[in-house]
Design a binder for this molecule. Structure first.
Ligand SMILES: O=c1ccn([C@@H]2O[C@H](COP(=O)(O)O)[C@@H](O)[C@H]2O)c(=O)[nH]1
Length: 280
């Protein structure tokens, strides 16, 4: 059976549930706050507790791979179960794993996350273009073939990214703009229509922590993951100023901003609801 493209699946779930991506970042401090031990059992209660509380209402969950990996294979097993829970709840999973390597290795990472029968299969993953946007092609190809998506880091939420992302290339365009333009071209080649249409398979990561991103997203035809809201100081109210005409493509995400209200399920649901409402 042919796969439904990622952009169409994202459009459907966000139309039904609102446009919020809740991060699952089970930091040790978060386990403390939830009254859980800093163990694999604590990790599992926290991560799967998030999906149990919010799985029926939130459109997209973004587990942060690092915070599972730190527990070794047992932590990865919890990540597998969390991804399965997200799938069973009818939400989409966007695994924040920020992979990037030479093409031949990239193909391995792609098989790890973007094949239907991969134990860690996610609906989308984050990618780092530091080895060159073109090196990401194996992941982009597999994502398209399997109705999945990728989000390429363009303008990250942390201040340390500026010196790389705003550096000008030979034609004067900042590196981040080159990533935006390359992703736009990939989406056109994949059949995506213009900026306001169903998003193409290649998304971007653009932090919501600064009002002037220094890049032009007007022609971009994919989903824009906007982290940095809440704990990093970004505000939902600023999204229209930051993203302008691209606002309709923005998938705002917050992790500690929602998780910090746990472990009570009603408080978690209220925090997620408030985030969706503030976005309008
Ligand atoms: O530019 C980026 C890219 C990714 N992230 C990730 O998002 C969450 C943010 O967590 P908060 O608790 O909402 O601050 C985290 O997993 C980061 O690795 C980002 O913040 N900025």
């Amino acid at each position: 059976m042919p796969h439904i493209p990622y952009g169409a699946r994202l459009a459907e779930v966000t139309a039904a549930r609102g446009r919020l991506c809740v991060g699952i970042d089970p930091h040790p401090s978060m386990l403390d706050a939830w009254g859980l031990e800093r163990t694999v059992a604590g990790l599992e209660s926290c991560a799967r507790g998030m999906v149990e509380a919010l799985g029926a209402t939130v459109a997209v969950f973004k587990p942060q791979s690092a915070l599972f990996e730190e527990y070794g294979s047992a932590g990865i097993a919890v990540l597998e179960r969390t991804l399965a829970d997200i799938r069973a709840a009818g939400a989409l999973s966007l695994l924040d794993v920020k992979r990037g390597d030479i093409g031949s290795t990239m193909a391995g990472y792609a098989r790890a996350y973007l094949l239907d029968d991969a134990p860690l299969a996610a609906d989308a993953i984050t990618l780092s273009p530091y080895l060159g946007y073109g090196s990401l092609q194996p992941a982009i190809d597999l994502a398209i073939a399997n109705g999945r998506g990728v989000y390429v880091l363009a303008r990250t939420s942390n201040p340390e990214g500026d010196h790389v992302q705003l550096a000008a290339g030979a034609d004067g365009r900042p590196v981040a703009q080159q990533i935006v333009d390359a992703a736009t071209a990939t989406n056109v080649a994949a059949g995506a229509s213009g900026a306001g249409g169903i998003p193409g398979p290649v998304g971007l990561v653009v932090g919501a922590t600064r009002v002037d991103t220094g890049i032009d997203l007007d022609a971009f035809n994919g989903s824009i993951l906007a982290p940095g809201i809440g704990a990093q100081g970004g505000k939902l109210d600023d999204l229209p100023t930051i993203f302008g005409t691209s606002l309709g493509n923005v998938l705002p995400t917050t992790s500690r901003g929602v998780m910090g209200q746990g472990p009570d399920a009603d408080e978690l649901r209220q925090a997620a609801r408030l985030n969706v409402m503030t976005m309008g």
